[in-house]
Ligand binder design. Structure first.
Ligand SMILES: Nc1ncnc2c1ncn2[C@@H]1O[C@H](COP(=O)(O)OP(=O)(O)OP(=O)(O)O)[C@@H](O)[C@H]1O
Ligand SMILES: [Mg+2]
Length: 284
């Protein structure tokens, strides 16, 4: 629990909520953040932040280093308590939610943390089994079957299941972390810099994997990334953390957005190169 938290959140309702629909476009909202303020000591990271992620989309999240992307992810998944505002996940307001209901809700999300966060002393299969063991109450044989399935889904060779993270390449570790994030068949997938440190080809393959999993499993994906190629290739919309708030739109909309950071990021040399490359892939 965060030391900066002003007050304990009391146990709240046991039941989960219904569906939230954006009346402007009729789309179902999977994650709704309103009036969010996050703060560490005197440092305000987010203020009056509003943000919606639609069900079934891949939404990218960008912003300068230290702008609060990881903190926003951690706050949405309930690892960091906001000072103000509301967060609704799959129709349920998480504020004051009873611990059991919160656990049920968290079970519907998979997370790939920025540093991978695999247990270094456990094999890949054992890492995948950790959340399954906690939540699903399955016997050992079934646990192994689930782990083997997730290893395959994440595009790892079967023998990777018995290796520890230090015995894998960086790209394989990302896939192992993805396999663990998918362990409980989540509806929401949170990825924090999943392709950081990978070479462009490895990153491209990882992007394709995320896109195909999103389609085949019907996932809603919120992905923090600095990788412009990823943004172009797989994101339906892009959220930009600017001045403690979020601006969200399609790539075309953001290209017209008048803010120095956005202009430099999307219209700078790297942004232009990534767009050219994507246009070639799309055959435009
Ligand atoms: N637990 C914490 N306690 C105090 N300050 C924190 C904590 N977590 C994050 N911060 C601060 O909040 C700010 C936002 O951090 P965050 O990790 O969200 O940045 P980021 O946008 O993810 O950056 P990067 O692109 O480098 O990963 C930083 O100034 C960071 O130092
Ligand atoms: Mg970060």
């Amino acid at each position: 629990m965060n030391e900066d938290q002003d007050e304990l959140i009391p146990p709240g309702p046991l039941q989960e909520g219904g569906q939230i629909v954006d009346h402007r476009n009729g789309r179902e909202v999977a994650i709704r953040v309103r009036g969010l303020r996050t703060q560490f000591g005197d440092q305000i990271v987010h203020d009056h932040l509003d943000f919606d992620v639609f069900r079934g989309e891949v939404c990218g999240l960008v912003g300068g280093s230290g702008s609060g992307k990881s903190v926003l992810l951690r706050t949405i998944i309930g690892l960091n308590y906001p000072r103000a505002g509301t967060i609704e996940i799959l129709g349920t307001n998480t504020h004051g939610l009873h611990a059991n209901a919160l656990t049920r809700l968290q079970r519907r999300s998979g997370v790939l943390f920025q540093d991978g966060a695999l247990f270094s002393s456990l094999t890949v299969a054992e890492n995948i089994m950790v959340p399954v063991r906690e939540h699903a109450g399955l016997d050992e044989e079934t646990l192994w079957e689930v782990a083997a399935l997730k290893v395959a889904i994440a595009g790892l060779p079967a023998d990777a299941a018995c290796k520890t993270p230090s015995e894998l390449s960086g790209g394989m570790r990302k896939r192992a972390a993805l396999a663990r994030a998918l362990a409980l068949d989540p509806e929401l997938l949170f990825l924090d810099e999943p392709t950081a440190g990978l070479d462009p080809i490895g990153a491209g393959h990882f992007d394709e994997l995320v896109r195909s999993l999103q389609k085949s499993l019907g996932l809603t994906v919120l992905m923090v990334t600095h990788d412009l190629d990823s943004l172009m290739a797989i994101c339906d919309r892009i959220a930009v953390l600017l001045d403690k708030r979020v601006v969200v739109g399609t790539m075309d909309e953001l290209l017209k957005y008048d803010h120095p950071w956005v202009k430099e990021y999307f219209n700078g040399p790297r942004g232009r190169a990534a767009r050219k490359e994507q246009a070639a892939v799309d055959g435009k």
